[in-house]
Design a binder for this molecule. Sequence first.
Ligand code: ACO
Length: 320
Amino acid sequence: MTIRSVILGCGGYLPERVVGNQELAERLDTSDDWISQRTGIRQRHIAADGQLTSDLAVIAAQRAIEHAGIGVDEIDLVVVATATPDNTFPATATRVQARLGMKRGAAFDVQAVCSGFIYGLSVADNFIKAGQAKTVLVIGAETFSRILDWEDRQTCVLFGDGAGAVVLRAEDTQSQGILSTHIHSDGTLYDLLYVDGGPSSTGTAGHLRMEGKEVFRHAVHRLSEVVVEALAAHQLTPRDIDWLVPHQANLRIIEGVGRKLALPAERVVVTVDRHANTSAASIPLALAEAVHDGRIKRGEMILLEALGGGLTWGAALIRW
Ligand code: ACO
């Protein structure tokens, strides 16, 4: 018997308000040219006043549940990957659990910033393989607009808000599901990308700070490494990959990993131009887009990868 986590359904949600580069250029010393050439970003979605991370998460989750064709009563576990929870505690996942109308199961958050969705998927996959859960909802949801320093042109132009979700189900199969997940961190690189606040340090939420160039350098190196590790674990080569669904931080990083795998550009799912970097939400949003528009089909091999604050990074291989 081989128990695998099969993705039954996925869904995404983006807030209505769209902010283009030009709008930012009107209030900051930046330009559409600089942002689009250095990052590939043209616009981002920003949550409305009072719209919380859990609000985005619930809509993405409802869409994933509907796509999966299951009832909420079947869900054993809710994992929300977020670095922007509604409150310091309880976990945003518990609010999502209540809002979905779940009366049973467990719910908690996972915090690995932009790698959060891969970490959440890894946790869920291990719960399923250990037999502790049969059906798991994994959500990546963020409102990074709330932790940006809107005066800092080096960071505020890079991020957006959104949520994406998948429903995993334990199935006895060798032909489908998550093959493996690979997660890493290096805490000595904490100061390269962090928020300068928090309940135990300043008592305030704080703002995102980043050494962009250094993070970029580590991203290309670490992502290439973890992609090789994931493929080697299954004696696969880059030619076996049908789709790369990367974390959407910067088009240049995405293209760098795509080149490393010698994947044609049309086999790489890109949303960074329209969504910007939505941290833990970026991969499930990109996945949902490519599944719902018919690009990703059953039986295809999907590679996910991400790097974020910590630094944390990881990859997952999935037979769709
Ligand atoms: N508009 C105009 N000019 C700008 C802007 C801006 N928005 N931001 C920076 N500049 C200027 C800088 O001041 C600098 O000017 P100088 O040469 O006069 O000093 C110049 O542009 C070049 O700046 P760099 O920082 O060297 O630009 P770079 O090409 O490295 O691009 C970027 C910066 C986009 C941040 C890139 O380094 C990057 O994408 N880094 C990785 C980000 C990432 O992957 N994060 C990980 C995930 S995020 C998470 O986990 C939350």
